[in-house]
Design a protein around this ligand. Structure first.
Ligand SMILES: [Cu+2]
Length: 301
């Protein structure tokens, strides 16, 4: 079974790579992608991916099991707006590939347990919103070759990148003025194995700075539990997702490695019972960090 999954993953990666070769990278393409209706894929404009080099906003659509995402964005602070067209949970994990490595190299490396290779730099991205909803995160990108991938493994424990949710993204130097780093009103520091929250997560809109103090990679996923539901209910549903989920996923920031720029999640809280969770597999035992206690519950009044 594991072998079959691996072969599917490699096939998906090879396909992603040929797309990369086919996509010609130049700044005119970036400008075109930011002009609604001018791109060759204008027939699907209502649900199309885009990148606007003036606002530095990239729109990505996710569905079972593919991304619609821009091929090229410009460097600097970039807001990724993820629209989850469902029916399952999806997120956007951005990974920079250094040292000339390719998506195939990443696929080969992900077959092995343990820490990701140094050349695969996880820089965050918008974490998973519930199907039919959206999430936003701003990340700092330097020029280079990246992949956009989904590592969610619900409903059958097979990560979605193995089903095709991986595609190349090229980051080029831009001509327009770079965006400024967002201003946060709360900061969450990730470490082994806890969330340290500074600031008040009250009802309303917040920009949350998320940084990884290490030593391992970590993420922040925000879930609003349904009335009367607990983290046990959430764990049971994730293991066997039968019936409605016991809460709503609001997004957050996908995995960051220590040493990269922080990422910023834009979240609108309504009153309720929430949890911050990290599902990144542990370097030593492969269990998700939530099983090592990396979860924080809080209430918004
Ligand atoms: Cu997915």
């Amino acid at each position: 079974m594991q072998r079959a999954i691996t072969l599917i993953a490699v096939a998906a990666l090879l396909s992603a790579c040929s797309q990369q070769e086919a996509a010609k990278t130049d700044s005119s393409k970036v400008a075109q992608a930011g002009t609604p209706g001018s791109a060759s894929s204008a027939s699907s404009a209502a649900s199309a991916a885009s990148f606007d080099p003036t606002t530095h906003v990239a729109v990505v659509h996710a569905k079972d099991f593919a991304f619609d995402a821009p091929d090229t964005v410009t460097a600097g602070w970039t807001q990724f707006h993820l629209v989850n067209d469902g029916p399952n949970l999806h997120h956007v994990q951005l990974v920079r590939l250094d040292s000339g490595k390719t998506a195939q190299d990443l696929g080969a490396a992900l077959k092995n347990p343990g820490p990701p290779p140094r050349w695969a730099v996880f820089v965050g991205g918008p974490n998973a919103p519930s199907p039919g909803t959206e999430s936003d995160a701003t990340v700092d990108l330097r020029p280079g070759n990246y992949v956009v991938m989904c590592m969610v493994d619900i409903p059958d424990h097979v990560p979605h990148f193995a089903k095709g949710m991986i595609r190349p993204l090229t980051v080029v130097a831009g001509k327009a003025a770079p965006a400024e780093e967002p201003t946060a009103d709360a900061t969450v520091t990730l470490s082994d194995y806890k969330f340290d929250v500074q600031g008040d997560l009250t009802a309303g809109k917040h920009t949350i700075k998320v940084q990884d103090a290490g030593p391992q990679p970590h993420e922040m996923e925000i879930v609003r539990l349904a009335p009367g539901k607990t983290l046990k209910d959430l764990a049971a549903w994730m293991n066997a997702p039968n019936g409605p989920p016991p809460g709503d996923a609001l997004g957050g920031v996908d995995a960051l490695v220590p040493g990269v720029s922080p990422a910023y999640a834009m979240i609108n809280f309504t009153p309720g019972h929430y949890a911050l969770l990290c599902f990144v597999p542990d370097m030593k035992d492969g269990k998700p960090h939530v099983d090592h206690g990396m979860v924080k519950e809080f209430e918004v009044k």
